[in-house]
Structures are given as structure tokens and as C-alpha cells.
Design a protein around this ligand. Structure first.
Ligand code: 13P
Length: 235
């Protein structure tokens, strides 16, 4: 399983340090073999991880240059960052990133050999139109994306399930993941209101290889509990 914690614009450097201490001890003490990835804010990248991966939530697809307010490859290299989240719903819908810009980021960071957690997902109006419309919408989010990229992790996050407490039914999650499985051999994560109460059953679904967790990952103890649930599934 792959379990990702996306902090978004939450936690200070100090809070991240304390959080990582809890998660890293838990992973060591329980000999966890699953892949754990934490995406802290840029300001907390200084942490040198022992047994979890640290990734960035975004970056600009250049080595360096005149891009005010952005962070580029050169700054990531200083922190040994080789993992990036691309296409997250908040970047698409709140920050207005276009598929063209997203594809450009994907190309650039794939060329640099990054692990890319690539996010797709539909708004509620599309979900209400049925499965065919939903898959057509997701297909548009694959334009310019190499689904055979070896270090790709694909995350299905319905926009309407993010931060709302709502989730698709288990059957609905499985249906989308089964359709995605026909398009790529990449690990498939589900994201959107994953928490301690539902993480175990979601990870047990067919074609679900892990979870991408936002708000519920902000508690180190809750995130560790989800890691424990993943470890239990193997037994
Ligand atoms: P929530 O877990 O808060 O719904 O956020 C999901 C998400 O966007 C993870 O990237």
C-alpha cells in the first residue's frame, strides 16, 4: 500500500518536525513496509526523512528563473526532493491551472525522474451525469500525461469528496479504479474524505493500492492508525 499525507497550507516547520518524529518512530517500531509519503508545505522541507518519503505539493517546471512566487527544480534539489504532487483538484479548481500547464509540469518532472503522484477527479455535476461522462471527464485530465511513466502513482480524488466528509460508495470507488486499471499499471490511490473510520475498508477494495489523505492526515496519530490498518490488510 501507499499512504500519502497532503498537508496543503497547514502546519509550521516546527509542527511538521514534531509530526515526522511521531510517524517515523511508528514506521520503525512496527517495521512498516508500505510506502509512506508526506507532502508538507515548502517552508517545512528541511526535514531529512529516515523511513518515509517527503514530496512537494507543487513546483514550477523550470530549473530556475524569473517566476515570482514559485519554487523550481534547483530549490528542490537542495532538499533532495524527488517526489511531487501534480494535478491536484485545488490547483486545478482554486488556483486555475489548465491541463496544458499541468501536462507541462508532468513532462518536466518526469524528465527529471521524479515520483509523480498525479491527481484526477470529477466535480459533482459530472458525477451526476453517470459513469460515461465521468470517465470522459477523467480522460480529459490525461491529455498530455504519460500513463506508462514508470514512477507514476495515480490518485483518484472526486472534487466533491475533498474536505467535505462525503465519499463515493465503495462500489463507486471500485468502479472508477477498475476503469483506471485498464488505462495504466501505476498504483491507484483513492483520496477525498479518507479518515480512520473508512481508510481500512477503502484500502481493501479491488484496484485500490493506497490512499491520499488531507485533513485526517494532519493528526499524526490518525495517520499512524491508517498506516496500521494498511499493515493489517496484508495479514
Ligand atoms: P481531504 O482528505 O481533506 O478530503 O483532502 C483530500 C485531498 O485533497 C488530499 O490530497
Amino acid at each position: 500500500m501507499i499512504l500519502c499525507a497532503n498537508f496543503k497550507a497547514n502546519k509550521t516547520r516546527q509542527e511538521t518536525r514534531a509530526y515526522m518524529a511521531v510517524v517515523e518512530s511508528f514506521v520503525s517500531a512496527n517495521a512498516i513496509e508500505d510506502t509512506i509519503i508526506v507532502f508538507p508545505p515548502f517552508t517545512a522541507l528541511e526535514h531529512i526523512p529516515r523511513n518515509v518519503l517527503i514530496g512537494v505539493q507543487n513546483a514550477y517546471p523550470v530549473s530556475n528563473g524569473a517566476f515570482t512566487g514559485e519554487i523550481a527544480l534547483e530549490q528542490l534539489e537542495e532538499f533532495d526532493i524527488k517526489t511531487i504532487l501534480i494535478g491536484h483538484s485545488e490547483r486545478r479548481h482554486v488556483l486555475g491551472e489548465t491541463q496544458e500547464q499541468i501536462a507541462e509540469k508532468f513532462r518536466f518532472f518526469a524528465e527529471q525522474g521524479f515520483v509523480i503522484v498525479y491527481c484526477v477527479g470529477e466535480p459533482l455535476t459530472i458525477r451526476e451525469q453517470g459513469n460515461e461522462a465521468l470517465m470522459r471527464y477523467i480522460d480529459d485530465q490525461f491529455v498530455g500525461i504519460d500513463l506508462s511513466y514508470p514512477d507514476l502513482i495515480l490518485a483518484y480524488e472526486p472534487v466533491w469528496a475533498i474536505g467535505t466528509g462525503l465519499t463515493p460508495s465503495n462500489d463507486e470507488i471500485e468502479a472508477v479504479h477498475t476503469a483506471l486499471r485498464l488505462k495504466t499499471t501505476a498504483p491507484l490511490l483513492y483520496g477525498g474524505s479518507v479518515k480512520v473510520d473508512n481508510a481500512g475498508e477503502i484500502m481493501a477494495l479491488g484496484n485500490v493500492d493506497g490512499v491520499l489523505v488531507g485533513s485526517a492526515s494532519l493528526s499524526a496519530n490518525d495517520f499512524c492508525e491508517m498506516i496500521a490498518q494498511a499493515a493489517e490488510l496484508k495479514q
